[in-house]
Ligand binder design. Sequence first.
Ligand SMILES: C[S@@+](CC[C@H](N)C(=O)[O-])C[C@H]1O[C@@H](n2cnc3c(N)ncnc32)[C@H](O)[C@@H]1O
Length: 458
Amino acid sequence: MSHPAIPQTLALRPHPTARDKTVSTTKLLAGTPILTVPCLSKVLLPDQKQYRCDFCFRIPDPDHDNPLRRCTGCVSYLYCDNKCQTSHWRTHKKYCKNFNQYSASRQFAQLESYEKLDAMLLTHFLAELSARDTEKANTAEVDTFMSLLPGPVSDSGITSPPTCPLATNHKRRVPLDELFSRCGNNNFTIHSHFTTIAHGIFPLASRLFNHSCLPNAIAKYIFNPAEEVQMVVVAIRDIPPGEEICITYVDPALLETRQKMFQITYGFTCTCASCRGLDSLITPRPSIDLEDTSAHCAALCRYVFPVVTLDNPTIHLPTIPPDFSSIPPQIRNILQESFLTKICELFRNASHDGPLEVAQQTGLAVLAFYVLIYPPNYPQIGMHTLEMAKTAWNAIITSESAGSLSETLRTGLLKQVRACLDSSRRILDMIGSEGDAGGPLTEIEVLSGLLNSEEADR
Ligand SMILES: C[S@@+](CC[C@H](N)C(=O)[O-])C[C@H]1O[C@@H](n2cnc3c(N)ncnc32)[C@H](O)[C@@H]1O
């Protein structure tokens, strides 16, 4: 079948195991938006519902917007205003009346939380199909969805969760279980500031992009007032003509579990350069004493950032993808999911409550871990260097007010803020804003302003 919405800069080519792949037809520079597509169906995570508009997904700005208003039919769906509510009504009216009885039913209550989310995504999707039937609307996106690969079938087969009964059912083209199987295999996590807030279906993006743990592009999300949520796929490095464009389906930092996730959720084995290197990494490794991570942090930092010290905090981030095969065994042994979780927690705690040395060491160790796992310019690297900049800045402010800041420490910390902010800005500016207003780009601007006036005062 033809795909009229594919931009001219992209072309589908056969792939040996994944049916098709998408290659660039021209050189795409880092930061180029490669594809922009609207969401076909979406569902907010439970902890986000009630805070966000159920149509455009924005959180109202308390200084400028009215509070969210409830649908008077079900009292469960919330909207920014009349425009968002009217836009959502074309599908919401299909299940509004039945929603409360359904969500209070025993069959819904008995579902696991991830099944509830799937059930609501499927309900929203069926309502969208029904609305398109009624409107005799353009079905190109639905046709693309139907052409997607189904997910793997487990021993117990595929059983779709019970969905909310619709006022009018759509003309069933395929059995519900088959729809559900495609939803599972083609379900994106929608994020704001790179934190997941919802799940959604974007058929053309699913059709085009395979997974790689060392991707050359990432998906980001745009929320505009009274508009459908959009996905924008952005190049994170220069992509030459003919190269396959890949995104990540699963966080590459899930070193020990990601292959299992590819198998269970998508039914494939990833053979990207990172996974080939990982084969040598996940052979039994000595477990790490998570009560004493200091020596491992120091070893990791020495390996990745041999010259970074308090006096010389300039962080040179790699510009080429990491190569596991060149990592010495003692460093490979440190690259474990449990260790990353632990040092992220230590960094989070110490960056708020101190001690500063722990925040600095664990912050740099997390960054070292990231650059050995993620490709250059991956958003998590930019987000983390921003956290490191904020940590160093907060240390200046709190030590100043406690009268305990020596001139040497102050100079070192100011250099750290500058170095971390520069790294963060280079990555996040190139990717551009995503999701809610404010967020990292605003934080970078604010902190840069504070830093400039601090340096000008000296
Ligand atoms: C969202 S689709 C990707 C588009 C797909 N290539 C197509 O032709 O429609 C996801 C499916 O593509 C295949 N796939 C994606 N990435 C892959 C990879 N790195 N290696 C092998 N198969 C992959 C798997 O079958 C997966 O279930």
